[in-house]
Design a protein around this ligand. Sequence first.
Ligand code: GSH
Length: 126
Amino acid sequence: MTHTTPKPILYLKQNCPFCLKVRLYLLEAAMMEDVKIRDFAPGTQQEDDIRAELIPHLARLSFPAAQLEPGHYAAESDDIIAFLAAKSGREIASMPVYRNYVEGPFNMAMTLWKENQELKKAASAA
Ligand SMILES: N[C@@H](CCC(=O)N[C@@H](CS)C(=O)NCC(=O)O)C(=O)O
């Protein structure tokens, strides 16, 4: 990746499972120096400032979010990773740490979260 254009800016919430996908991709692809990370803890002034900065640029704000290129914003972890993968040329298929996280703990967390939502809905309807 050349640095003649500004580095992508990544907005990452601490301990967020979707943001961890992006962090793992960056680490395994050795891309930490190719991006600028704006990291924040939930409930802080830093979070309020980042939200105020991003809201005008995104139809729906969630984290991770990124300014991939000047004026080009994204707020889907898979879109952000696809952009980084295209820049790095690193195939996700050849990245065991990233894949183990996504296919293991990440998928498990998503499955349990969905099940929990359904159980809560069923319990409140009973
Ligand atoms: N589809 C999104 C989901 C991301 C998501 O739900 N992130 C949570 C943080 S863990 C979030 O942003 N929640 C709403 C918020 O903090 O405003 C992605 O894959 O990037």
